[in-house]
Design a binder for this molecule. Sequence first.
Ligand code: GTB
Length: 216
Amino acid sequence: MTIIITAFERSPDGGKGLARDTRVRWALEEVNQPYEVRAVSFRAMKEPAHLALHPFGQIPTYENGDLALFETGSIVFHIAQRHAGLLPDDANARARAITWMFAALNTVEPPILELVTAKILEGDKSWSEERMPLKADRIRDRLKQLSVRLGDAEWLDGAFSAGDLMMVSVLLRLKASGILDEFRNLSAYVARGKARPAYKRAFDAQLALNNGKPAP
Ligand code: GTB
């Protein structure tokens, strides 16, 4: 069965890899699963065919035979469960890696999204500028805690896992803000994630789509 994911026909970031199909591509690359991409326009995302796959009219989605999934957390978890390479075999280590996936999505990503959404959608409001430092400080509070926990370790809990894949993906959204650079070990952690061959393949494939070229 061919795995098919959806991605923006043209990502608003022009191929910087910030749209969430990149994390799904990365997971598939880590476990060496080939996949195809169906590129969708913003209009098509809100039409019945896509809404049948994704009730909120977003990307990415994942299809494999008669299974259709949405939500990157669920998709990456599914991939990690089905294929070796993203979750440890030991039951407790596996549970901890899954915990880090949830921590990335539920604890670290929300304040980051607050900031990026405010910049994109609320930047023209009179109160926007005044609220930015508050939003940035909420991110710093979380990153301080994450930075302490990571310390000098290479990954969050032993070997690279789906927890790291999700955490690095979430932290990447901070690049433009400069906040990540305030945390030396977290910057190095993100750089290690980006240096993984699987990440590079995922990044190049989304960039090729955005440049109008077929993926290599
Ligand atoms: N919780 C869902 C998940 O994790 O799968 C969120 C999915 C989501 O936010 N999808 C976005 C989407 O489809 C694309 S990734 N948006 C269209 C819509 O809602 O109509 C978010 C995103 C978009 C753009 C950039 N960028 O340009 O930098 C980065 C990230």
